[in-house]
Design a protein around this ligand. Sequence first.
Ligand SMILES: C[S@@+](CC[C@H](N)C(=O)[O-])C[C@H]1O[C@@H](n2cnc3c(N)ncnc32)[C@H](O)[C@@H]1O
Length: 292
Amino acid sequence: MSAHPSPVSPFSASPSRAPASPAAPLSCPAVVARLRAAGCVFAEDEAELLLSAARTPAELAAMVRRRGDGLPLEHVLGWAEFCGLRMVVGPGVFVPRRRSELLVRQAAALAAPGAVVVDLCCGSGALGAALAARVAGVELHAADIDPAAVRCARANVTAAGGRVHEGDLFAALPAALRGRIGVLLANVPYVPTEEVGLLPPEAREHEPLVALDGGTDGLDVLRRVTASASAWLTPGGSLLVETSERQADRAAALFAGGGLSARAVTSEELYATVVIGTRPGEYQATAGRPRP
Ligand SMILES: C[S@@+](CC[C@H](N)C(=O)[O-])C[C@H]1O[C@@H](n2cnc3c(N)ncnc32)[C@H](O)[C@@H]1O
């Protein structure tokens, strides 16, 4: 596999083909044919990416084999494109989804320059890192319970100037952040337990259950987040989560129960729903600075 690309480096949707090894035994059409035979719908695009990434013919063959075996393309490459940036994604770590760009867009509209931003349940840390690339001078923290995710997030979040913590939800965060968070992103697992088995094999076989399973109604982790969020937000600060359209009303009710005023935003383009809850009070642009 190629060396990890620099995190948060610009990504071109159509990267120019790297000079393929002259001795490459697998031609582009051969790679396309193997990927297509394995059921890859976007075989041409994937072939181009694999040919660009492989440094040797043997590496290319191995990558094509792993992809053909069903590994997510991002795990084979070692990175995912997210919000126009290249994010490191290690094996066994949730691959950031394009629909989650709605969370980042909404968060960017709310975050004041210099705000404290927390990416809770950060996975690869892609959301927080993408937000930090859009809003000047944020104090970025990210946290996850899964050590593999934390390792991966360290690459993306540290490159974006932030810090990564390991542990269960808010228990992972430094106590000094309590009452200071301006924007709290939390893309928690929200698939109802009995629907996990219906997910595509790439997710169900290669992403950890802890990243997918949200309990009986999919809202177990969100329930815990909304119960504590208000105490961690600064007045006027906001919690943003992704839900399915079907869960949005119940999610909004949980926000209200946690003392946050809630609204939902949907994007047909991204097929995404985000619920945003705001703690009452006036949001201070200086939220990033600790209170004297
Ligand atoms: C749906 S994934 C989202 C990852 C990332 N935010 C993204 O959008 O790409 C959910 C993440 O929540 C983490 N997680 C699940 N339960 C957690 C808990 N109790 N405390 C902290 N993180 C948790 C998982 O390890 C996983 O990385």
